[in-house]
Design a protein around this ligand. Structure first.
Ligand SMILES: CC(C)(COP(=O)(O)OP(=O)(O)OC[C@H]1O[C@@H](n2cnc3c(N)ncnc32)[C@H](O)[C@@H]1OP(=O)(O)O)[C@@H](O)C(=O)NCCC(=O)NCCS
Length: 188
């Protein structure tokens, strides 16, 4: 009986901690800045996300180098395109960056492209990505559609897009291998 009580208390504690974590997260919108902390968090987060997946499965020579190049490339492009891109950082109560998301808006198509999204490994599964995405989309009141591309091996991301109401779609960048990537979209 007391074991059952402790188990319930533990579950309530976990639920409470998760709710508090997302609620305590501060979001900061940015158009300029070095994004060093965001880069560090993203590479570490991606590395954690792909653990158990081999470089061969990912189709890259080295997972760390691939992630470093991907996030550095995203950050450089976002910083070079302040008219169309912006990013939002999530920070914990101490002010440490624990996640970021970057967005690109096509005003003629009224389409938001979610470029990158990463949450520090200790902060995953606490609703922070959901908060970043929802608040990110809310920045574009004229948008009619949101699009994203993810790797087929990225099960956590796919589950998240589905939970957020995204549907699998034909959206894809030129030159992307459809065997490796999957597009998602959501009409607003
Ligand atoms: C994918 C990622 C961004 C999710 O961030 P997160 O803050 O943990 O996501 P949330 O807490 O908002 O989760 C929302 C929902 O997504 C799904 N989800 C998230 N992570 C999951 C996992 N590891 N396994 C299964 N479902 C998962 C769940 O449905 C979850 O809701 P629930 O916790 O109530 O069940 C995070 O794992 C990450 O940073 N991964 C590495 C980088 C990356 O893959 N970026 C996405 C590129 S498209």
């Amino acid at each position: 009986m007391s074991q059952l009580f402790s188990k319930h208390l533990f579950c309530i504690f976990i639920l409470y901690s998760s709710l508090c974590a997302a609620a305590d997260t501060t979001l900061t919108w940015n158009k300029q800045g070095a994004m060093q902390a965001e880069r560090y968090v993203a590479v570490d987060s991606g590395y954690d996300g792909y653990k158990g997946i081999t470089p061969e499965q990912l189709g890259v020579p080295d997972v760390y180098d691939f992630l470093n190049a991907a996030y550095s490339g995203d950050i450089a492009e976002v910083q070079a395109s302040p008219d169309t891109c912006k990013w939002v950082s999530a920070s914990n109560a101490s002010g440490d960056v624990v996640g970021y998301a970057s967005f690109e808006y096509d005003s003629s198509a009224k389409e938001v492209y979610i470029r990158q999204l990463a949450i520090a490994k200790e902060y995953k599964r606490q609703g922070i990505a959901t908060k970043l995405i929802k608040e990110g989309i809310a920045q574009y009141p004229a948008a009619k559609k949101v699009v994203i591309i993810t790797r087929k091996v990225n099960t956590p991301a796919i589950k998240m897009w589905e939970k957020l109401g995204f549907k699998q779609s034909a959206y894809m960048h030129d030159g992307y291998d459809a065997n490796k990537y999957i597009g998602f979209e959501k009409n607003l």
